[in-house]
Write a protein that binds this ligand. Structure first.
Ligand code: ARG
Ligand code: ZN
Length: 466
């Protein structure tokens, strides 16, 4: 039997430096002074992201040698200063930086843990657009997350599995690594001939010369850094356009091809079904990267094209593609709201089962509700799980989906699906918070829902069910 992706695993470790979090919480993007903050003000990941500016576009040029595992790269970030800046940070972990320029003028820089601290020759004015170029190289290593999983640039036997939720973007490019700051991306990735580099969005072109192939990918829609990928391997490629005009690009490791084929065949039907429930598919491109990376243990909803560490089952395909609406198009402003991603994607799986001849969402809910009060499911509430170590735990996925089911029961199917579609339409390409979702649900249904959702999202222990 196939190993389940780790998104179904329960996180157990709890080693978040709470004192550090409290300390840095005060130094968020609104901190006074003219130096950019080292974090985006998220207590779950205090050093992720930075304050003082907003990235508009990342232009990443990467050359990866799959034998030596060395990366040679240049990142060009186009950004806008939110206030006067004499200094600002980027997130980058490991790797050697050889040069930094700001608007073509050499800048001084130093490394401080995961912070790349840049001092431009001339201070940036509030509202100024500027361009940062970072030249760097080295052997990327993934980060170990508080839940014990690794993420970021994860070497595989024929390339790299690149999946960066929640904090791994900094292992392969200098980033403002928090979902608050979304940007468009260009990827120019050069790999040994015979390997394929698959990133987000649309493949603009590829050319082979002197034993190397360069792939140029572009994602024009706003994307959080953790959703970027440049996964490399020996892949079989399949391309087609759906009836809705979505360009599909599937890359499949030959060792997973037989198991993946019947599931990937369903992708157009799954996207079509999800579009009917959640609103129009948010992107022009879609697809799958099915790698063979047994050391990874999870799949990720990389924007436009989820990446799987092995052939996915149908539920996982439904889940990762549901994230294109919930998480990718409508993004988090804080990691504590993670149930807006995982609860929704899990509920999409229940709905898919219900509408394709399987058990009803109510039956799925009942089976979970029957678990004793001592079960992991009730260990903590999903609306603010408490730390980065808990964001991918069972309460977030399963109890988060249960909260949505309770909402559906309270407002009825018609209003429930109107709420979901209003949510994806109103926050398309942007952000959403739990508070905004609750208000929208009340507004669309005309019912008071704060108590119910508060119970399911924020109250410790097993809630009473109506
Ligand atoms: N968002 C992914 C999913 O639900 C799970 C990512 C797991 N990452 C981790 N560091 N444990 O499909
Ligand atoms: Zn998920």
């Amino acid at each position: 039997p196939r190993r389940q992706p780790a998104r179904r695993r329960t996180a157990v470790l709890a080693t978040v430096p709470v004192a550090v979090a409290a300390l840095l919480g005060a130094g968020g993007p609104t901190a006074p002074g003219t130096t950019g903050a080292p974090g985006a003000g998220d207590p779950y990941f205090p050093l992720s992201g930075n304050g003082g500016y907003d990235v508009r576009h990342y232009d990443l040029t990467l050359r990866y040698d799959t034998t030596s595992r060395r990366l040679d790269a240049t990142a060009v970030l186009t950004a806008r200063a939110g206030r006067r800046l004499t200094r600002f940070d980027l997130d980058l972990k490991g790797l050697k930086v050889t040069a930094v320029t700001v608007d073509r003028t050499p800048a001084t820089f130093r490394r401080d843990g995961q912070e790349l601290v840049v001092t431009p020759r001339h201070a940036l004015r509030a509202g100024q657009d500027f361009r940062v170029t970072v030249a760097y190289h080295g052997t990327p290593k993934p980060v170990t997350d508080p839940d014990g999983a690794v993420d970021g640039w994860i070497p595989s036997d024929d390339g790299a599995f690149v999946a960066s939720e929640p904090q791994g973007a900094m292992t392969w490019f200098p980033a403002n690594s928090h979902p608050k700051d979304k940007a468009s991306y260009d990827f120019t990735v050069t790999v040994p001939q015979g390997r394929t580099a698959v990133a987000n969005g649309v493949l603009l072109g590829q050319r082979t010369a002197h034993g190397r192939t360069t792939f140029h990918w572009r994602e024009t829609q706003p994307m959080a850094a953790y959703l970027a990928t440049a996964t490399i391997g020996r892949f079989r490629i399949e391309r087609y356009t759906t009836r809705d005009g979505i360009q599909v690009y599937n890359a499949v490791d030959a060792r997973e091809a037989r198991a993946a084929a019947p599931v990937l065949k369903k992708l157009p039907a799954v996207l079509d079904w999800e579009s009917k429930l959640f609103g129009p598919y948010p992107y022009r491109a879609a697809g799958s990267i099915v790698d063979h990376a047994p050391n990874v243990g999870f799949a990720l909803e990389t924007q436009t094209r989820p990446v799987y560490d092995s052939a996915p089952d149908l539920g996982t395909l439904v889940h990762e593609n549901a994230h294109q609406w919930f998480g990718d198009s409508v993004s988090l402003t804080a990691w504590k709201d993670i149930w807006l991603n995982e609860g929704f994607a899990t509920y999409a799986e229940w709905l898919y089962t219900e509408q394709h001849g399987g058990r009803s969402a109510q039956q799925t809910f009942d089976a979970l509700y029957a678990r004793p009060a001592s079960d992991d499911l009730w260990a903590y509430p999903p609306g603010d799980p408490g730390s980065g170590a808990r964001i991918f735990g069972t309460p977030v996925y399963a109890r988060g989906a249960m909260a949505l089911h309770e909402l559906r029961r309270a407002v009825g199917d018609r209003d429930f699906f109107r709420i979901l579609r209003a949510w994806t339409a109103g926050h398309h390409g942007g952000h959403g918070t739990t508070g905004e979702f609750v208000r929208l649900a009340e507004q669309k249904s005309g019912k008071p829902l704060k108590r119910l959702l508060h119970t399911w999202l924020y109250t410790a222990g097993k809630p009473d069910s109506a």
